[in-house]
Structures are given as structure tokens and as C-alpha cells.
Ligand binder design. Sequence first.
Ligand code: NAD
Length: 336
Amino acid sequence: MDLKGKKFLVIGGAGFIGSHVVDQLLQEDVAEVVIYDNFFRGRMDNIERALEDPRCRLFEHGGDILYPDILSKAMEGMDGVFHLAALWILQCHEYPRTAMDVNVQGTFNVIEACIKNNIKKVVYSSSASVYGNALELPMTEDHPYNNFTFYGASKIAGEHFFKSLGDRYGFDWVGLRYMNVYGPRQDYTGAYIAVMHKILDRIDKGERPQVYGDGSQQYDFIAVEDIARANILSMKSEATGECYNVGRGIGTSIKELTDTLIKLTGTDLEIEYKEAGLTFVTNRIGCPKKAAKDIGFEWTIDLDEGMKRLIDWRKSDIAALESRRKQVKGVGHDNR
Ligand SMILES: NC(=O)c1ccc[n+]([C@@H]2O[C@H](COP(=O)([O-])OP(=O)(O)OC[C@H]3O[C@@H](n4cnc5c(N)ncnc54)[C@H](O)[C@@H]3O)[C@@H](O)[C@H]2O)c1
């Protein structure tokens, strides 16, 4: 799709990845970008800058994919939809019933609204979790669904909803199976935080970074800015009816990751090895060739550069949160 003069709805657009999709869409010559989010995990901070652009707004009647009539209203007049709203793997693990509603029923609602509103193309955020642990490396898109998590199950369901209904109703769609995404705006304060933030949290407190097991578990880490670009390229491309890995195709072990964070933060703290805990997957590296061929996606940000950006953003975000807390306390004092 040529993006010039087109209108887009970004569902989950106030979240970590979605807000970067919004930013990159606004770098294109698009007519309108509407953000649809219920702020379950999204943050206003993530989209404040984007909302200063007159082409961008938050949908004014609501933002939950579980409200089909409001969702359908938000899609009126849109050309393309990016669907990123979902509960994350640990939330799905703890609350499968809610995950059933949001990831499964919610995705069905999105597709139904797309059909009703003649949306030309949808880019769906799937996940490499559909694969589970690698049976062979690198994992191509034909790798079996070796998944045992409810999160992965919900993403497999979503992919198949798109496959079946896209075929039946003739709308274009692409599913993106992201590998391990990291970068600015990644949640580090909530109940569910990613491994690099756990390591950085300990380093910040002057405690030794902990690695569970021997640290040989390896993943394909990819920067969020690259993931957002894969979304834009998917919308622009002719590709349809297919799922693509979005990763670098490079494995990094948790020990290597921790060593990189130790180097970049300049700490002299050493790794503390702990007994292995709850881990869903220990080995996952995606083959990036199909995405390169069909949507022209190639990664650009290496681990050192990406981690530097993450560390810098985290520092400035923590400082901004602290200063806001102080201001709020100050206001309280003045009012007394
Ligand atoms: N971050 C990763 O490493 C990763 C890896 C693979 C796949 N994904 C997928 O990418 C997508 C975006 O992930 P993220 O990391 O940005 O997560 P995120 O939690 O930051 O973003 C999801 C957004 O969806 C919103 N949302 C949740 N429930 C909603 C509902 N009922 N209605 C409307 N909005 C709702 C949240 O408020 C949030 O802003 C998700 O579908 C996720 O499963 C992420």
C-alpha cells in the first residue's frame, strides 16, 4: 500500500512497540494516525510527542478491543490497521481467562471490525512464542508449533483467524512473529518486566546481576525501532496472507547479554548464578530470510547500540518519574 494520504488505526498504539509504530508512521506522508488503546499497559508518556502532530489523535470514544461497536466506529474511514493489543506471556500464564478474552476474542473483534469497515490491510503482531523451544535452528516460518504456553496458543489462534477470515473475506493481512524485543519505552515498573530491566535494576541498586541456570539460554534480541520499521514495511509491501519472523537471526546467551550490560553500565559487579527458575523457552533464534525477501526487512541496530539506547532512555525516564513524584508531593504540601 502506498501510505501517502492514507489513514491508519494503531490498536495498542500507546504501548511499547505500538508507540514506535505511531512515531514511524508520522514520519511518512500519511493523512491520519488514530491511536486505540485502553491503557491497560500503555502510557500517555509514550505518545505525548506524537499527539503534538496535528495528524495524530487518541480515539475519543474509548480504546478497548473488547467493545466491538466502539472498535468498529474507530475503524470508520481507515485504510490500514496495525493490531498490537495483547496481554503479555506472563499475564497469559497467570490469567488465561482474561487472555482468552483479550488476545483471542479481542483479535476476533478486530478482524470482524476490519471486514465491516473494508480495511485494506492489517498488520498483526504475532510472536515467536508460536514456536516454543527450537527443534531446529535457525527457526524458519515452517518450524512446528512447539508451543506450550497459553500466550503462544492465543497467537496461533490469531494467526489462523487471519488466515481463514482473510481468505474468506478477501482482505490483506500480514502476521509478524517478533523475536525478543527490547528498547526505549519498555515497561520496567510493572509486575511483568523483561530480563534486561531485571539486570539493570540490580546494577542500579549496587547488587550483583543474577543469571538463572548457567546463562546459556539464548534468544534473538531485536531493537524496538527495527520492529516498528518491519510493521511499516509490511503495510507498504505487496505481501499478504503470510507470517514472518522479525529478528536478527543472531543468538545471544543470557550470560552474553549480562556481560554486555555490565560493560555498558561500567559497573564492576560480577554475575551471581542462581538456580534455574520459571522459563518458558530456552533456545530461540529466528531465520530472517523470508521477511527480507518479501517485505524487504533487514535489521539495522546491533545489541550494543540498542542496549545503549535502552540504558539512556531508562535513566532519563527514571529521572522524569522522580521529578514528577517530587512535584506531586510539593503540590500536596502547598495545599495543606
Ligand atoms: N515485546 C516483545 O518482546 C514482543 C514479542 C513478541 C510479540 N509481541 C507482541 O507485540 C504486541 C505489542 O507488544 P508490546 O511489547 O508493545 O506490549 P505492550 O503491553 O506495551 O502493548 C500492548 C498495548 O495493548 C494495550 N491493550 C491491552 N489490552 C487491550 C485491550 N483490551 N484493548 C485495547 N488495548 C489494549 C495495552 O494498554 C498496551 O498499550 C503484542 O501483541 C505482543 O504480544 C511483543
